[in-house]
Design a protein around this ligand. Structure first.
Ligand SMILES: Nc1ncnc2c1ncn2[C@@H]1O[C@H](COP(=O)(O)OP(=O)(O)OP(=O)(O)O)[C@@H](O)[C@H]1O
Ligand SMILES: [Mg+2]
Length: 480
């Protein structure tokens, strides 16, 4: 560090907080200045050119984000740390986009303030040319919010903010249901491409021949059924973001074509020679371990390195217990709003049970669980008995409940409906029919595993065998 004392300007409406920070940070080589309002802070910033600005987000007369924007406009290398009692997704992403050095939640400050300030001051000294993001303050409310106050999710939001403006490919990894697509959409939403298309393609769901034409288009007569020329997603998505979902399942032949787009920005339609160009940002996602796929030679190493420039790793839900309550409440609110129902509450016991559960299906499973729980609950408080957590026999009932819910029927009216149908058709024998349908379905979902199917149906394996015989369920019919 240089001999000259460094200056830190701290802005917060609470004088006690300012005192506390001053005590924490002041040393013979660091001077701490304080302000309680944003306009006053900006005046001091212009006058004293502090090495570091630490500001609360909630300020008068204008917000900490605006102060950040003004400070960075005046000095593009200004080092700014935002603090807040809450780190709402939007604020964290915006602040990183505006070039904040970091975003610290107040409850963590006693542990990390000194450490982050040291890092910021060192960086300020070493590299007075930090990357700057152009301010873009006109972002409407994101329709689907990303919820998360955990350290790990706040890290994800910071990454989204940091990468949104660049055109670098982004690789998002994480378990199934952990929010990869949501993050991909957020990157698009916060980028300069937001007004253009976001197109998602699931590479695992489309057969190889179709996938190539889907991505790059085809010429008339390129293959049987190619009756006319067709533009592919790369062409359609010009100026936008292309989300290649489940890229770990992309056939190697197509991987080489994606590599060509990334390296040369060029591609051709299937069956065509013309070289085409398109300005597309690629965001890819997978729940596979791509390093492993590379060593098995099922994923091209060169493509892996191209895509892996920016990597966002989504933590599994069980690794961020503090988000479970927030997410649960968010989904309960969402269900209430879409179904025009009063909002349900979660009992402490139910929450504890959820925090102890490993959530193999991550946030998606939590969302489904909350939807089902609102149907299963008998009062407006969700209790442990209302949570169909990973229990197969319970979740069958819950599945029925969620179907009923989706159709906006009550359980009684669903049964009523079936009875009426049976009445209208003298050939239908309702209970035997239901029994057969349930047995067949249980065999299908368990892929013919009689032990699991019997458990699911709540009967013994011997009984199941008899049913299979009576109903004439063959192996083929249960696997089709
Ligand atoms: N942090 C979050 N806040 C709010 N909703 C979330 C969050 N993460 C995921 N979700 C919701 O959970 C569901 C699953 O998320 P998403 O589709 O992004 O997962 P994914 O990682 O792409 O899963 P898969 O690997 O199965 O495709 C979606 O309905 C999404 O809106
Ligand atoms: Mg997905």
């Amino acid at each position: 560090m240089s001999d000259k004392a460094q200056i830190i300007l701290v802005v917060d409406p609470d004088p006690d907080f300012l005192d506390w920070v001053q005590k924490q940070l002041e040393t013979p080589s660091i001077r701490v200045l304080a302000a309680t309002a944003s306009d006053e802070a900006y005046r001091i910033f212009c006058q004293d050119a502090p090495d570091l600005l630490i500001t609360e987000t909630h300020l008068q007369p204008y917000s900490g984000l605006e102060l950040l924007a003004k400070a960075r406009q005046r000095d593009p290398n200004a080092m700014v740390i935002l603090t807040s009692a809450f780190g709402t997704t939007q604020t964290v992403i915006e602040s990183m986009k505006l070039g904040a050095f970091d975003f610290l939640r107040k409850e963590g400050l006693p542990f990390n303030l000194k450490h982050v300030v040291d890092a910021a001051l060192t960086e300020q000294e070493q590299m007075r040319s930090a990357v700057t993001f152009k301010p873009q303050l006109t972002v409407e409310q994101h329709q689907d919010s990303i919820v998360g106050q955990s350290q790990a999710m706040q890290q994800v939001f910071k990454m989204v903010g940091r990468v949104a403006h660049s055109d670098a490919p982004v690789m998002i990894t994480g378990e199934s249901g952990s929010g990869k697509e949501l993050v991909a959409r957020a990157i698009h939403h916060y980028s300069q491409r937001a007004a253009k298309d976001f197109i998602a393609i699931n590479c695992a769901a489309i057969p190889e021949q179709l996938l190539e034409s889907e991505l790059f288009g085809h010429e008339k007569g390129a293959f049987t059924g190619a009756v006319g020329q067709r533009a592919g997603r790369f062409e359609q998505c010009n100026g936008g973001t292309l989300f290649l979902d489940e890229i770990g399942d992309m056939p190697v032949a197509i991987q080489s074509k994606i590599l060509r787009v990334l390296q040369e920005g060029e591609f051709s339609r299937v069956g065509g020679n013309e070289t085409l160009r398109s300005d597309v940002r690629i965001v890819a996602a997978t729940n596979k371990n791509l390093e492993q796929e590379v060593s098995r030679k099922s994923f091209r190493e060169d493509l892996f390195y191209r895509l892996n420039v920016v990597r966002i790793q989504l933590p599994p839900l069980r690794a961020r217990l503090e988000d479970i309550r927030l997410l649960a409440e968010y989904f309960l609110q969402k269900v209430a709003a879409t179904k025009h129902l009063p909002r349900m509450r979660l009992s402490e016991e139910a929450l504890r049970m959820m925090e102890a559960y490993p959530w193999p299906g991550n946030v998606r499973e939590l969302e489904n669980t909350m939807q089902r729980a609102t149907v299963l609950a008998t009062s407006d408080v969700i209790l442990p008995k209302d949570l169909p957590l990973g229990n197969e026999s319970l979740s069958l009932e819950a599945d029925l409940a969620s179907v009923v819910n989706a159709l906006e029927l009550t359980k009684e009216s669903a049964i009523e409906y079936l009875l009426q149908t049976a009445q209208a058709d003298p050939n239908v024998q309702l209970l035997p029919w239901l029994e057969r349908e349930f047995t067949l379905h249980a065999m299908k979902v368990t892929r013919g595993n009689q032990v699991r199917a019997a458990k699911l149906l709540g009967i013994t394996r011997a009984t199941l065998r008899k049913r299979i015989e009576i109903f004439g369920i063959t192996k083929e019919s249960s696997l089709s």
